[in-house]
Design a protein around this ligand. Sequence first.
Ligand code: THG
Length: 343
Amino acid sequence: VQSYTVYNHMLLPASFKGIEEDSRHLKNNVQLWDVSGERQVQIHGPDAAKLTQLITCRDLSEAKDYLCYYAPIIDDKGKIINDPLIMKVGEKTWWLSIADTDVLLYAKGIAIGMNLDVEITEPNVNILAVQGPKSFELMSRVFKDIDKLKFFNFKRFDFQNHKFLIARSGWSKQGGFEIYVDHDEIGVQLYDQLLSDGKDLGARPGCPNLIERIESGLLSYGNDMDMNDTPLECGLDAFVSFNPDIEYLGKEVLKKQQQQGVSRSLVGIMMDLKEISVTQYLPILNGQNKIGTLRSACYSPDFGKCLGIAMVDKAHQTLDQDLKLQINGIEISAKMTNLPFTK
Ligand code: THG
């Protein structure tokens, strides 16, 4: 590992051979990612479904025990607390596979305040993601019938007489799987087996990749969005339910915002630059007007320019036009576009 970031109080690799080389490799081969920083918050008990629904704006009333649900966790003001994948893993058991904030404490606070009958724990589950176009071939060599698993479905698969929960998901758009490793010793054997069986496929260790995820428009909580943003401002409308039969915190605020329309939203920005590094929100100016903030960006070799994700005022969103923007004090030729980016 060349560099790390901190994610849910754990180390998460950020690069192995440099993000450009890692990105190229991910798009052509298969990588094994230790994404154990994506912790599972387990909500279990008679009120588990009720609590899980109370804290997310996605309608989970018909949730199936074999599907993954991308579901924003929000507060009473409709602001995003986290953006996990949620899975109903048992009749009274839910897993929230979280991004980088302390959802366990939030869930406990709500449960205690509302006197709900639940146990909230962080089980010893560590995700091993297998990502890249050749992940299908590699996983088929190790798990029987894994090729039948559809996108965002999960199921238990046998390895060394242990059943691992495996989902067809992952934080890249290159295809792949996530193995929820709940047995440390067999998990290490599994890792070694995947690495050796994948030799001819170019299998190597990897990690979520800045370039690939920005090109793909995969949002990163804490980078592109935070506790001051609502899901409607972040383009997550498809995961906000106004079904009158479901109850969640912040629903009235979101309903009002949806009726009035958002005043700002996330857009893509393509910049004629050869390099950029964003470690905090950078103000974007168009002439004298501050029109928003640049939140993430990278140089994309495939696009031959820098790509960024920015929160921009609706009134100043002039999509697909040649613009001169001031970012961090420099004038940049740029274009705003919809996400994900298209060439
Ligand atoms: N996998 C698991 N846990 C996670 C992530 C993950 N926890 C942290 C973080 N990633 C949560 N955020 C996301 C964001 C996007 C997606 C998954 C988790 C994602 N989105 C798809 C997309 O945008 O195309 C599909 C969304 C949908 O259609 O429902 O995959 O990656 N275990």
